[in-house]
Design a protein around this ligand. Structure first.
Ligand code: G1P
Length: 300
């Protein structure tokens, strides 16, 4: 079955960005004039995803408002002769079909978020899952599409990885993997790995590699089944994570592949990275790049 649906867990409290996240969801923080989530939905639509389920929570209502139609605003812009702007606003609500469900507070892990969306995912349906704070930019070949192509070849869960700096290893799920010489997807064999095992946020000296899992996955129905079993038996530590299910899948002989995608990553859950994204995106924009360059020159 080809993938048409994605799920986005966006119930997290965003404590790394307090105080702004006291009332603004971290996924709605802007890169210039669009929230991070808008870029992610664009990536999904450009990859051929048609339906998106967001798992939200308390205080996340403005996400629904943002992706809803705003006919008053569209009419107002049109009346002022701003047809192009009106079209851009209208497009936000039509990129994909959206559905929302809620994860009770406090969120009990990204694995539990997936279970909350279970009734909105078909029983035999693989889905893309994106976290709201990882942006990997590749306009020609979106990263979700690179992962979906690998899924078509492997028909098993797919992870997205990158080499992470030594001092960041303990913030990531880290994989032990072998390069897959048979893969032809994405960037070719050198960027596709067969995952042997994985460990969540290990100490630097216990990490099997420096390949960290970033917030983009393709999950299959088996993974959702395992998550439900783990949840029912309470076989997890504090929170139920997607990594718990992926590890269990590997232990029972299941396959998982990982792709090191072609694209530039911004961990927008980190203040410096979000600032960097704002600067670099501005340097790509015709309306801002000259002013920014000029200003930076003046400053230094
Ligand atoms: C989650 C995953 C972790 C992964 C990370 C990527 O952790 O559990 O394996 O490396 O996302 O962002 P979190 O950052 O939600 O604690």
């Amino acid at each position: 079955m080809s993938i048409k649906k994605a799920i986005l867990p966006v119930a997290g409290m965003g404590t790394r960005f307090l105080p702004i996240t006291k009332s603004v969801p971290k996924e709605m923080l802007p890169i210039i004039d669009k929230p991070i989530l808008h870029y992610l939905i664009e990536e999904l639509a450009d990859s051929g995803i048609e339906e998106v389920v967001m798992i939200t929570g308390r205080g996340k209502g403005c996400i629904e408002d943002y992706f809803d139609q705003n006919l008053d605003l569209e009419r107002n812009l049109t009346e002022k002769g701003k047809k192009k702007e009106a079209e851009e606003i209208a497009k936000i609500a039509s990129m994909v079909k959206l559905a929302y469900t809620r994860q009770p507070q406090p969120p009990q892990g990204n694995g539990h978020a997936i279970i909350c969306a279970e009734n909105l995912i078909g029983e035999d349906e693989p889905v893309v899952m994106l976290f709201g704070d990882d942006l990997v930019v590749n306009k020609e070949n979106p990263v979700t599409k690179q992962m979906m192509d690998l899924y078509e070849e492997k028909k098993c869960p797919i992870l997205c990885v990158e080499e992470v700096p030594e001092d960041m290893i303990s913030s990531y799920g880290i994989i032990d993997a072998e390069k897959d010489p048979s893969a032809s997807s994405g960037q070719g064999a050198k960027n596709v790995f067969q995952v042997k095992s994985m460990i969540e946020k290990p100490k630097r000296e216990e990490a099997p590699s420096n390949l960290g899992v970033i917030g983009k996955y393709i999950i299959t129905p088996e993974i959702i089944k395992i998550l439900k079993e783990l949840w029912d038996k309470k076989e997890f530590n504090k929170e139920l994570g997607i990594t718990d299910a992926l590890r269990a899948h590997l232990k029972t002989g299941g396959e998982i592949y990982a792709i090191r995608p072609d694209g530039k990553r911004y961990d927008t859950g980190d203040k410096w990275e979000l600032l960097k994204a704002n600067i670099e995106f501005a340097l790509e924009r015709d309306d801002l790049k000259d002013k920014l360059k000029e200003h930076l020159k003046k400053l230094f």
